[in-house]
Design a protein around this ligand. Structure first.
Ligand code: COA
Length: 330
């Protein structure tokens, strides 16, 4: 039966490392507070005018090279980001131009931290149906240009980092494939994690007063988001495993979204997975939202943590609220 498999992965991180101590020079925070609450020790922040697509290009090129494909082999580009280079058109159009493949389908995915999980599932549907053969799925973010790096914004600013990850999905008849995905959203509480302005629902969309109030920066009710994550992640993991006749014991490696090490540790305890089978790299990169899973998955593969035939579980949650999981037979 036709399905899709990950034929190549790539990732790219800006060189500029920003430590917790450096943040403590910009705002009232400390290495101890950040490390204890989140596990994050440092993150990468771009320098100068660098957009999500600039980070996506090398990640995409690496994924194509790993897959042994050219950009001209692609049928579609899916670009998951909450920090598009410009308001419109979408970053998938910019990336398509940079890869030099005019004419193929492009789509931006606005599902925040769950964007890459949605992207893999969308790509899989197009490939499984026979409509397409090769689809590039990218998650890329530049957060640093949009954070309030004063004490007012410290609850959010210390969490986020810049980066990009990419996967090339290709058609297969073999056993190595994306087995299943579970996708969810609940917009009821969208305001607990949002970036409001510039907003089409406001006239004008952005004013100096709104900027003074910080309404052009992300706003988060941290504890509510935390509670959402530790409820929804175990739920969706159980959903995707049980409907495929599998249990946590069958999972060789889980790659969760990297939002907070404490969340991932709590979820691991809840579902009863050995922490050695959970891949975390938030310590080095912070939360790179849509990019976090492909970056972590690629690092895990490069470190030899995944071998052919393994069952790999990806799980994410984020603003929206959104949450989801992919189950992969490697
Ligand atoms: N440095 C120092 N102190 C900080 C701080 C920072 N960067 N950010 C907030 N604080 C302060 C708060 O002002 C508060 O002070 P107060 O007690 O005097 O009022 C105190 O620390 C505790 O704040 P609280 O929000 O209760 O902390 P917390 O234990 O909930 O941890 C988060 C905050 C953000 C780390 C945590 O809620 C979290 O990780 N939530 C999930 C966020 C997330 O994953 N977002 C992305 C989703 S994809």
């Amino acid at each position: 039966m036709r399905g899709s498999k990950i034929a190549g992965l790539g990732h790219y991180l800006p060189e500029n490392i920003v430590s917790n101590d450096q943040l403590a020079q910009l705002m009232d925070t400390s290495d101890e507070w950040i490390t204890k609450r989140t596990g994050i020790r440092e993150r990468r922040w771009v320098v100068g005018d660098v957009g999500a697509t600039d980070l996506a290009v090398p990640a995409a090129q690496q994924a194509l090279a790993e897959a042994g494909l050219q950009a001209s082999d692609l049928d579609m580009i899916l670009f998951a980001t909450l920090s598009p280079d410009i308001n419109f058109p979408g970053s998938s159009c910019l990336l398509q131009a940079r890869l030099g493949v005019p004419g193929i389908a492009t789509l931006d995915i606005r599902n925040q931290c769950t964007g890459f999980v949605y992207g893999l599932s969308i790509a899989d549907q197009f490939i499984r149906s026979g409509a397409m053969k090769n689809v590039l799925v990218v998650g890329a973010e530049v957060h640093s240009s949009g954070l309030d790096i004063s004490t007012r914004g410290r609850d959010v600013a210390v969490l986020f980092g810049d980066g990009a990850g990419a996967a090339v999905l290709t058609a297969t008849e073999g056993d190595s494939r994306l087995l299943d995905s579970a996708l969810h959203a609940d917009g009821t509480d969208y305001e607990i994690l949002m970036l409001e302005a510039p907003a089409s629902r406001l006239q004008p969309r952005l004013t100096a007063e709104m900027m003074e109030q910080g309404r052009h920066f992300p706003q988060m009710v941290g504890q509510a988001v935390f509670k959402h994550a530790v409820k929804r992640l175990p739920e969706v993991i159980d959903e995707v495993l049980s409907r495929n006749g599998l249990s946590v014991a069958d999972v060789a490696l889980m790659v969760p979204h990297q939002a907070n090490l404490r969340i991932n540790e709590m979820v691991a305890r809840q579902i009863g997975i050995d922490p050695a089978r959970v891949y975390n790299n938030i310590q080095r990169y912070g939360n790179t939202t849509a990019a976090s899973i492909p970056i972590a998955l690629h690092e895990a593969v490069l470190e030899g943590r995944v071998k052919q035939g393994d069952t790999v579980l990806l799980a994410a949650f984020g603003a929206g609220l959104t949450w989801g999981a992919n189950l992969i037979r490697w």
